[in-house]
Ligand binder design. Structure first.
Ligand code: NAP
Length: 262
C-alpha cells in the first residue's frame, strides 16, 4: 500500500534522519525546508538510495515553505495533494532554537514571537490543515490509519533559563499532541509526541563541547549523543502502526534523560 509522509524541516538534522527511516519503510515523501534547497535535495537523493536498499522505489518531492506562515502551510499541504495525492503521516519536526539564547530576564517579545510562530503556531495550524484532509481520506478509505507525530524535546519538561521561549513552545506542543489525539481518535488518526534528548545536529553544534562534558559526567544514563537516526527509528515504528491502541503518547528518545536518579 503506497503511503505518503510530509516531514517539515527535513533538509537537515533530525528531519533528515526521519526522512531516511521512512524511506526505508517505502514511504513516498514530501521534504519541506525553509531555505536550504541544496540540503533538501541531498536528503531526497539519500532517501531514494536508502529506499532502493530495501527494494522500494519511492517518490520524493521538495517543497520550500515557512511553517510559521499561514499561506505557506496551506501551500505545503496543497503541494502534497497535487504531487503525491494523499497524506498518511504528518511529522511536525521543523523548529528553531531560542534566538540569542538570552537569559530569562533579558528575553525579548520579538524573539518570542519569531520562535512561537515556527515551533508552536506552525505545528498547531499545519496539523489543522492536514487533519481536515486526513479526516476526509479516512471517511473515503477506512483501511487507512493516518497519523500525526510532533517532535518536541526534553525542554518540554527540563528548564533552560536561557531558552525560556523554546521550553514554553515545546511544553505547549505536548498539549497540541493531546488535543489533536482526542479530536481525531474517532477518525482512526493517532497522534504522538516524540521527545528527543541531546541529538547531534546543526542546532546543537554550537554547544557541542558543553554537552560532550555533561554526557561524560552522566547527564544521561546512556552515555552518548543521540543521532537523528535514533529519532527517525522511533518515528518509523509509530508510522508502521506498531502501537495501534495508543494515542497522545509521549515517546522519549533521550538516552534515559527523563529518569530521575538519586
Ligand atoms: P536543525 O539541524 O537546525 O534543522 C532544522 C530544520 O528545520 C532544517 O531542515 C530547517 O530548514 C528547518 N526549518 C527551520 N525553520 C523552518 C521554518 N520556519 N519552516 C520550515 N522549516 C524550517 O534542527 P534539528 O536539531 O534537526 O531539530 C529538529 C527538531 O527537533 C526541532 O523541532 C528541534 O526543536 C527538535 N529537537 C532537537 C534536539 C537536538 O538536540 N538537536 C533535541 C530535541 C528536540 P533549512 O535547512 O531550510 O534551514
Amino acid at each position: 500500500m503506497d503511503q505518503v509522509a510530509l516531514i517539515t524541516g527535513a533538509s537537515r538534522g533530525i528531519g533528515r534522519g526521519i526522512a531516511l527511516e521512512l524511506a526505508s519503510e517505502g514511504f513516498d515523501l514530501v521534504v519541506n525546508y525553509a531555505g536550504n534547497e541544496a540540503a533538501a535535495a541531498e536528503t531526497a537523493k539519500h532517501c531514494v538510495e536508502r529506499a532502493a536498499v530495501g527494494g522500494h522505489t519511492i517518490r520524493v518531492e521538495l517543497c520550500q515553505a515557512d511553517v510559521g506562515q499561514a499561506a505557506d502551510r496551506e501551500r505545503l499541504v496543497e503541494f502534497t495533494r497535487e504531487s503525491l495525492g494523499r497524506l498518511d503521516l504528518l511529522v511536525n519536526n521543523a523548529g528553531i532554537t531560542s534566538i540569542g539564547r538570552a537569559d530569562l530576564l533579558d528575553a525579548t517579545e520579538e524573539n518570542w514571537d519569531a520562535l512561537m510562530a515556527v515551533n508552536l503556531k506552525g505545528p498547531f495550524f499545519l496539523s489543522q490543515v492536514a487533519a481536515r484532509w486526513m479526516v476526509d481520506q479516512a471517511k473515503a478509505d477506512t483501511g487507512r490509519r493516518p497519523k500525526i507525530i510532533n517532535i518536541s524535546s526534553v525542554s518540554a519538561h527540563a528548564v533552560s533559563t536561557n531558552r525560556g521561549d523554546y521550553c514554553v513552545a515545546k511544553a505547549g506542543l505536548g498539549m497540541v499532541t493531546k488535543l489533536f489525539a482526542a479530536r481525531l481518535a474517532d477518525h482512526g488518526i493517532n497522534v504522538y509526541e516524540v521527545c528527543p534528548g541531546v541529538i547531534a545536529s546543526d542546532m546543537t553544534a554550537p554547544v557541542k563541547e558543553k554537552y560532550d562534558q555533561l554526557i561524560a559526567d552522566g547527564l544521561t544514563p546512556i552515555r552518548r549523543w543521540g543521532e537523528p537516526s535514533d529519532v527517525g527509528r522511533a518515528v518509523a515504528a509509530l508510522a508502521r502502526d506498531a502501537f495501534p491502541f495508543t494515542t497522545g503518547e509521549v515517546f522519549n528518545v533521550d538516552g534515559g534523560f527523563h529518569v530521575r536518579t538519586l
